[in-house]
Design a protein around this ligand. Structure first.
Ligand SMILES: CC(C)(COP(=O)(O)OP(=O)(O)OC[C@H]1O[C@@H](n2cnc3c(N)ncnc32)[C@H](O)[C@@H]1OP(=O)(O)O)[C@@H](O)C(=O)NCCC(=O)NCCS
Length: 159
């Protein structure tokens, strides 16, 4: 993790209504290339309380969401760091923040579906078969356009 900015230069905070457009733009920059699932601005606004953002010099440079499932399971969703600010530790900060939030909410497991499993492995997650996460697979994935051809990797952290 190189070039981590001094903590005082960063603001990691809950997302606000005024952030919706910037979050949407950030997620779209990856979903257009198939690296993330697309989310509409309406979907982001509806689920805004799930989101946190990193603000650097008034610009949103990262976002992530914690989605809750039954059986004390949470998911890291919509994790994205602006392409001009990757490899500066922001992605790790966002996931560590969600890990702490998940613990405070009493969750016992935190998962993600990702094309970047090595990034999550560095934060203590382990790759698991998707079948071990039926709450996600049969609750949400089954409605996804990728359901029959999903090539994302499931990673899981016990909290
Ligand atoms: C994955 C992503 C969030 C990483 O954010 P970041 O701010 O660059 O990550 P960090 O700087 O905290 O990186 C921490 C470590 O993970 C590594 N890493 C970062 N991105 C990685 C990737 N895509 N694959 C593998 N390793 C990665 C870094 O090299 C670093 O390793 P080090 O500690 O040995 O130096 C960012 O690249 C991104 O937004 N990707 C597109 C969207 C995506 O894939 N989101 C995850 C889906 S759930």
């Amino acid at each position: 993790m190189n070039n981590l900015r001094p903590a005082q230069a960063l603001n990691l905070r809950p997302a606000e209504a005024a952030d919706v457009a910037a979050i949407h733009t950030l997620l779209k920059s990856y979903s257009d290339r198939g690296n993330l699932l697309p989310r509409t601005d309406k979907d982001i606004a509806t689920n805004l309380t799930d989101f946190c953002v990193i603000v650097l010099s008034s610009q949103i440079v990262g976002c992530a969401a914690l989605e809750l499932f039954p059986n004390q399971l949470g998911e890291v969703r919509s994790l994205a760091v602006d392409k001009d600010h990757t490899n500066a530790g922001f992605g790790s900060l966002l996931v560590q923040h969600l890990i702490e939030e998940a613990r405070q909410r009493g969750l016992s497991r935190l998962m993600a579906l990702t094309y970047a499993p090595e990034f999550f492995h560095k934060l203590g997650f382990r790759t698991v078969p998707k079948a071990t996460l039926p709450e996600k697979v049969w609750g949400i994935c089954v409605r996804c356009y990728k359901f029959y051809n999903c090539d994302e990797i499931a990673v899981l952290l016990y909290l």
